[in-house]
Design a protein around this ligand. Structure first.
Ligand code: UN1
Length: 499
């Protein structure tokens, strides 16, 4: 019998009211069941929100530096459990062990950053326009935050939401992706071990349709932070607007790497292999377009195809595996359908393009790393997010043209350019429309202490990560203190003479 897991509400592990469960399986060995998780519904969400609301009234009064101390402890516990969690994460998510270690490390970084923010949370003091009067603006917590996260970063992305939320004094209802629930259990266990009080963090498993919707439409949830597809993000924005929630969306990408003719080609090659096929292309920051200067196009393509063919697919827990499986059967079908679309559009398949099912791979959702070239900006494989190991290569003849191609998308998350020319680099930084631009670095690899997010349909203007996320999780309160001992009327008494 597989292990059975539970929701976590008000400090207790409890079953979903429905009594139903869903399975979590290993994408590299589909017959391996990792555990059974509760199939929750709106009633479970309502209990979690009630617990979070009650806990908020106490938690908001805990001094922020003390909350920060708990975050530091969470970081320490994550350091201790890093290897164990990384192994478990590879089993449920599929990406290779070096990457799941990095995923846990991103959570550790986020915890330590949050710990230090407990002694900052800066406000402003400003002069008043009246004598003997003091004016300042301070940050206050907002309330109950719904945190809805994807499966591709089962530790990092939940911590990006939960840690700044609780550091700021909010309480949380956390719904992790149904493909990666086990990592969420470990994260919550660690938060409890670090002393986070009952009700401050509540965990509810289940589908977006039942649990996600219930969080978004619940009148007592003040904030929703969602990372996932643009389609669902738009729906969340619509549904959340009826209760005027504050909503932060981190959505799709169609990120590109430009390689100019003056680039270090070996460096650019390492970059594109990592950006396109790391995490099996399943990052919102993954490189799914490569824009190559015509002068280096042919030699670079030869090098790229050669190296891509040598990438070793396999179970991420096995030494030597470089690319893991797709997360599930549905995702692999989507990838395969885009390969069919690319061929029909007239792009040239240079390598990959098939389900990988030889030997050990037969029991997992593996797909060959795939490259199309001769891709035109109008083709669907150049415009739509695929979220898998498929790279579309386009040709350019100048910096301006390359940037125009790069910007020709509804998304604007990450971007990259390889060049040795500092003038090109600064012009690209100025003209590329994206939330993140890398120079001589691939499109993936954002660090936890900088703002993370995108422009256009990648989001709605908020940022995760760094100091910027604290703007989302706090409200401003303006405070005026008059110590003159008399009524002083702003805008009036200080202009009484008529001047
Ligand atoms: C994501 O792709 O959903 O920058 C997050 C990166 C990682 C985070 C990616 N630090 O690629």
């Amino acid at each position: 019998m597989p292990q059975q897991f539970r929701n976590f509400i008000n400090g207790k592990w409890i079953e979903a009211k429905s009594g139903r469960t869903f399975e979590n399986r290993n994408p590299a060995h589909w017959n391996e069941v990792i555990g059974l998780f509760p199939k929750s519904g709106p009633e479970d969400v309502a209990d979690a929100v009630r617990a979070a609301r009650a806990a908020f009234e106490k938690w908001r009064l805990v001094p922020a530096p003390a909350r920060g101390d708990m975050l530091r402890k969470i970081g320490d516990l994550l350091v201790k459990s890093k290897e164990e969690i990384a192994r478990e994460m590879t089993r449920e998510m599929g990406k290779v062990l070096t990457e799941t270690r990095g995923d846990v490390q991103e959570g550790i970084d986020t915890a330590y950053y949050a710990a230090t923010e407990g002694r900052r949370l800066f406000g402003h003091t400003v002069p008043s326009e009246l004598p003997d009067k003091f004016a300042m603006a301070i940050r206050i917590p907002v309330g109950v935050a719904g945190i809805i996260t994807p499966w591709n970063f089962p530790m990092a992305i939940p911590t990006w939401g939960i840690f700044p939320a609780i550091l700021s004094g909010n309480t949380v209802v956390f719904k992790p992706a149904s493909d990666t629930p086990k990592t969420a259990v470990r994260l919550v266990e660690i938060m409890m071990e670090a002393g986070i009080p009952e009700g401050v963090v509540n965990l509810i498993f289940g589908g977006g349709g039942e649990v996600g919707n219930a969080i978004v439409s619940h009148p007592d949830v003040d904030l929703v932070l969602f990372t996932g597809s643009t389609e669902i993000g738009k729906q969340i924005l619509r549904d959340g607007s009826s209760t005027l929630k504050r909503i932060s969306l981190e959505l799709g990408g169609k990120n590109a790497q430009i390689v100019m003719d003056d680039a270090d080609l070996d460096l650019a090659l390492d970059g594109i292999l990592w950006g396109a096929f790391g995490t099996t292309g399943q990052r919102c920051t993954a490189t799914s377009r490569l824009i190559l200067h015509e002068k280096i196009y042919d030699p670079f393509m030869t090098m790229l195809v050669d190296r891509t063919r040598k990438l070793r697919l396999g179970d991420g827990l096995l030494q030597g595996s470089e690319v893991g499986p797709c997360i599930n059967e549905g995702q692999r079908k989507i990838v395969d359908s885009y390969v069919t679309i690319g061929k029909a559009e007239g792009a040239r398949l240079r390598c990959g393009g098939s389900i990988a099912s030889g030997g050990e791979l037969a029991n997992g959702w593996f797909y060959e790393p795939t490259i199309f070239d001769g891709v035109l900006p109008s083709m669907r494989i150049a415009r739509e997010e695929i979220f898998g190991p498929v790279l579309s290569v386009l040709k350019t003849n100048s910096l301006d043209d390359a940037v125009t191609i790069l910007n020709d998308t509804v998304y604007g998350l990450s971007s990259s350019m390889y060049t040795r020319d500092v003038n090109n680099a600064f012009r690209a930084i100025r003209d590329i429309k994206a939330g993140i631009t890398y120079i001589n670095v691939p499109t993936i690899g954002a660090e936890a202490h900088l703002p993370f997010g995108g422009v256009k349909q990648t989001g709605n203007g908020h940022r995760e990560g760094g100091w910027a996320v604290y703007d989302f999780f706090t409200e401003w309160k303006s405070v005026y203190i008059d110590y003159s001992g008399r009524l002083q009327r702003a805008q009036i008494d200080n202009y009484e003479s008529g001047s």
